[in-house]
Design a protein around this ligand. Structure first.
Ligand SMILES: [Zn+2]
Ligand SMILES: [Zn+2]
Length: 478
């Protein structure tokens, strides 16, 4: 592991209380480094983050936060809260890892434990950074006698299980005035950027087994059902909006060609920039399943695994965070970190990547539609005004879900990016506590974007959290 980097390019126009809050984070950074690295080493998968969640919960308890756990039957979920009354400002904290991505802090592919999970999306930093921010904010609330509540949502299983969806569905976020969050990245960026809404579901076909040569007329093939459904969906592709995405994997075909299969399963993911269109597309896919079942004389049933809204941007909050991120500045590397960064950059396909870019703050953009992926932050953003920043916890040019992301995120470079996020979130939240007009503006903007008759309804119906989504042969990729 590399040493801690004390250098940040801070501009001088921070107010005295902002400087004070930043000092609270700086003062405890060794503790936050240790916390994030402990979670990095544990690398627990979604809904199995038993030890990681306890590390974060203990951190909050030791700081006088009230901690409740087990929301919606999710044993690794928690809510940590300090203060009372309005306004309520929420932070999000993730801590789940990804399967098969174990990696040392090294510029070569070297698993820490062969085939074990790894923190390739930086959620060990995500959870710890949000905690660092909330704790500093709490200190400030005490010192300045600020009224209101700071609440941190410990949200399990972002990588497919969608912990936030179940917390939002149960109403845990209904009284929050605004949510500020962040995500590890290879750049510093507070742009208002949406994401793709998504529904994923498994379709199970049931047929009748028979000897495929001796009595095939006695059988009805469940695999025929799957294939007919896929054919129809593939024909449907010509008649959907171009920015729709439909992917599938046959998760249960058949075991032997000489048996007419009685059971088969196909796993679908559908995405679109707009939640309403995802719902419409999913209904059309269901028709393909039904039609396939009728034609092949099989039966079909579907099970929605996950459903996330697209992120509803909030320009008011995003520009606030951009302004604060610019004040905080990006991450500057020590000489040793620069060497490591250049080694990692050499492992990327050719591109214009420089360690110095971690210092930059990206120009503010507004992307109302789409985005590269899907996130359960989407549901949060339709319940309460939400903004998120990206902080450079990874060497410029690193892509999420790669071994390089695990290596960067496990080094002091990751900690440097985490502190940028923690400080930005803290001083942005201070502004919201101090400036009710801005908070109201964020709420008015959200209402304008959703329409006043909008009522949040989760896309997953009334299903339980998919606790087993990561077990078995789960093909889902975020
Ligand atoms: Zn991820
Ligand atoms: Zn992530």
């Amino acid at each position: 592991m590399l040493g801690l980097n004390p250098l940040f390019s801070q501009s001088t126009d921070l107010s005295p209380s902002e400087k004070w809050v930043i000092q609270q984070i700086e003062k405890n950074k060794v503790q936050y480094e240790k916390t994030s690295m402990a979670i990095w080493e544990l690398a627990e998968l979604g809904f199995q983050e038993e030890k990681s969640t306890l590390i974060l919960q203990d951190l909050f308890k030791n700081q006088g936060f009230k901690v409740t756990t087990g929301q919606e039957g999710m044993s690794t979920a928690f809510i940590a809260e300090y203060g009372e009354g309005k306004p309520v400002i929420g932070f999000l904290a993730e801590f789940d890892a990804l399967p098969g991505l174990s990696q040392k802090v090294s510029s070569n592919i070297e698993p820490l434990v062969e085939r074990a999970p790894g923190h390739a999306c930086g959620h060990h930093l995500f959870g710890t950074g949000s905690a660092a921010s909330a704790i500093a904010l709490k200190e400030w609330m005490i010192k300045e006698k600020i009224k209101g509540t700071i609440r941190v949502y410990g949200t399990p299983a972002e990588e497919g299980g969608g912990g936030k969806v179940f917390m939002a569905r149960a109403g845990y976020m209904d009284d929050v005035d605004a949510v500020l969050t962040w995500h590890p990245a290879s750049r510093n960026d507070a742009s208002a950027e949406s994401s793709l809404a998504i529904i994923s579901a498994k379709f199970t076909f049931k047929g009748v087994s028979a000897h495929a040569a001796m009595a095939p007329w006695r059988g009805r093939s469940a695999l025929d059902g799957v294939e007919a459904m896929n054919d129809m969906v593939n024909m449907m592709r010509e008649h959907i909006e171009p920015d729709s995405r439909i992917h599938y994997a046959i998760t249960n075909g058949s075991m032997a060609p000489n048996v007419v299969p009685a059971k088969a399963e196909v796993y679908y993911i559908v995405r679109h920039p707009e939640m309403k269109e995802v719902v419409r597309l999913f209904e059309r896919i269901k028709k393909c399943a039904k039609g396939a079942a009728i034609g092949t004389e099989t039966e079909v049933s579907e099970d929605i695994i996950s459903g996330y809204y697209n992120i509803l941007i909030n320009e008011t909050l995003a520009s606030l965070m951009h302004q604060k991120l610019t004040k905080i500045g990006g991450v500057s590397y020590t000489a040793q970190e620069k060497i490591f960064a250049n080694e990692l950059i050499n492992s990327f396909p050719p591109g214009d990547y420089k360690p110095e870019d971690a210092l930059k703050i990206e120009k503010f953009r507004i992307e109302e539609r789409g985005g590269p992926a899907s996130s359960d932050v989407g549901d949060v953003s339709w319940v309460t005004p939400t903004a998120s920043i990206a902080a450079a916890t990874w060497v410029p040019g690193t892509v999420a879900h790669s071994w390089q992301a695990v290596a960067s995120g496990g080094s002091s470079i990751g900690v440097g990016g985490m502190l940028v996020a923690a400080k930005t979130m803290a001083i942005s939240a201070m502004e919201l506590f101090n400036n009710p007009t801005m908070l109201q503006k964020a709420k008015d903007e959200k209402l304008k974007r959703t329409g006043s008759d909008f009522k949040y309804k989760s896309l997953v119906g009334d299903r339980l959290p998919p606790f087993d989504f990561m077990s078995g042969n789960d093909p889902r990729k975020k």
